[in-house]
Design a binder for this molecule. Structure first.
Ligand code: NAD
Length: 487
């Protein structure tokens, strides 16, 4: 049994109350570690440590902050195998995915922001002959950095790295469902020489550890990634206190395939976009819309692809589909598919757990087969609400206008995909899709300099590149009146 501890003021400690939460391995259902069941007392200690560390860290030259964060990136690389295995065990994702995507991206997050801060510039506005306005950007202060379970270290570091790079200090609250790699990161932060208190990590539940963190009066900015209803609760709590807020929330992303598309490329990408990480990525293409002439062929391809995905022990190198993150989440996915059936959807493949255990070790694991649904009415829950599992709907359309209406006909607006060889159509549709990200003839191609985030109920604000540097700094306009030269 492994014991996960909080990381406060450079020291490892259990929750002040001594309470713990059991942490099961999704692939087996067995509790393999415990984490602190932290509450307001632990949060207060963590925020106090961040507040104490703020003046010195904010005053540390960017070159020195950069050096420390680059060391963190190197340490993540050096610990790739250990971190990837820990992530796979903790979340149920295939080890191959953690090794090739999650952990390398965590290192990339640190490297990107460690170097970005060496290349920033500030605005100067000259007003007439004798007035200069310049913009000072200073760290926003103590930040709350709250992340979800689907890409645990990847998304946690996507917040921690820019916050620290900008000279902020903070308190990280990883998901209680997948706390392990954030705990391992705290060891690496200490080893890299991050000053005590610059980043504190408090483990625990949203209601008891997350809520006091966002409400704490000394927390000036909140960077949150998670579900839309949690985002709404955070916005309600933060608004009266005028905290700076970045909310990255749910998605129900459309993937539009026109008949002139490269069918092979579109079908391969639709399969990956639907089922990578068991469909538990906010950017997954969970609603596929296919132009009628190629619809039947496309459905056949997708079903064939979904059936061929190897569901298995996440630690097995050949596994393409691991376990979903928890028993509770498995039950939610199953209930959503049952509801879709009642709403008239046809289950073309999947629609339940594998008929036999994927391996003896994983007999009690939370596995769900890749599932393709057709004939789902556009207004039904399966087409409107996030399932966040290995479930995709496929729907035909006849015109570009209809495709856009279907794609935009949800409350979410995170990512979208368009497959076509028509240049005009690609740009026309991209400009009309209500989404923060439009991928044309690709999926999940990421450049960390680009703005990342969603519109409508998918969130407020953007992460990535300059957007993150702006979020974690407070701009101040300094206006200077120059006196006339009198010889
Ligand atoms: P969640 O909202 O349940 O939890 C996210 C985090 O918030 C966890 O650390 C949790 O403990 C904490 N939390 C819960 N209630 C809180 C409260 N009242 N105050 C403060 N913190 C609280 O989300 P989840 O189930 O962990 O993650 C899945 C969701 O995240 C999906 O909806 C998915 O689309 C979304 N997501 C969005 C993005 C994006 O970039 N837009 C990326 C990944 C995941």
């Amino acid at each position: 049994m492994q014991t996960i501890l909080n990381f406060i003021d450079g020291r490892f400690a259990p929750a002040a109350s001594g309470r713990t939460i059991d942490n099961p391995e999704p692939a087996t259902g067995e509790v393999y570690s415990t984490l602190p069941d932290s509450d307001a007392q632990d949060v207060a200690a963590a925020v106090a440590a961040a507040k104490k560390a703020l003046p010195a860290w904010a005053a540390t030259p960017a070159e020195e902050r950069s050096r420390i964060l680059l060391r963190v990136a190197d340490l993540i690389d050096a610990n790739l195998e250990r971190l990837a295995r820990a992530e796979s065990i903790d979340s149920g994702k295939p080890l191959a995915l953690a090794r090739s995507v999650d952990i390398p991206r965590a290192a990339a997050n640190f490297r990107f922001f460690a170097t970005a801060i060496l290349h920033t510039r500030s605005d100067l506005h000259q007003t007439g002959a004798n007035v200069l306005n310049y913009t000072l950007r200073q760290p926003v202060g103590v930040c709350a950095l709250i992340s979800p379970w689907n890409l645990p270290l990847y998304l946690f570091t996507w917040k921690v790295a820019p916050a620290l790079a900008c000279g902020c200090t903070g308190v990280g609250k990883p998901s209680e469902v997948t706390p392990m790699t954030a705990f391992l990161l705290s060891e690496l932060l200490a080893e890299a020489g991050l000053p005590p208190g610059a980043l504190n990590i408090v483990h625990g539940r949203g209601a008891t550890a997350g809520a006091p963190l966002i409400e704490h009066p000394d927390v000036r900015a909140i960077s949150f990634t998670g579900g839309t209803s949690t985002g709404a609760a955070i916005a309600r709590a933060a608004a009266p206190k005028f905290k700076k807020l970045s909310l990255e929330l749910g998605g129900k992303n459309p993937n539009i395939v026109f008949a002139d598309a490269d069918l092979d490329a579109a079908a391969d990408a639709a399969l990956r976009a639907a089922f990578t990480n068991q469909g538990q990525i906010c950017l997954c293409g969970s609603r596929v819309f296919v132009e009628r002439p190629i619809y039947e062929r496309f459905v056949d391809r997708l079903v064939e692809g979904a059936r061929s995905l190897r569901v298995g022990d996440p630690l097995d190198a050949a596994t393409q589909q691991g376990a979903v993150v928890s028993r509770e989440h498995h039950a939610k996915i199953a209930a959503a598919v049952e509801q879709a059936r009642r709403d008239g959807a046809r289950v073309r493949c999947g629609g339940g757990p594998p008929s036999a255990p994927v391996s003896p070790r994983c007999a009690d694991g939370s596995f769900y087969l890749p599932t393709v649904l057709t004939d789902a009415p556009p207004t039904c829950a399966a087409m409107q609400e996030e399932i966040f599992g290995p479930v995709v709907t496929v729907t035909p359309f006849d015109t570009e206008a209809e495709a856009l209406a279907l794609a935009n006909g949800v409350r979410y607006g995170l990512a979208s995909m368009v497959w076509t060889r028509g240049l005009d159509r690609a740009h026309r549709v991209a400009a009309r899709l209500e989404a923060g990200i439009v991928w044309i003839n690709c999926w999940m191609v990421r450049d960390l300099r680009t703005p990342f985030g969603g519109m409508k109920d998918s969130g407020v604000g953007r992460e990535g590149g300059d957007e993150a540097l702006r979020f974690f700094t407070e701009p101040r306009n300094v206006c200077v009146q120059l006196r006339e030269h009198t010889p």
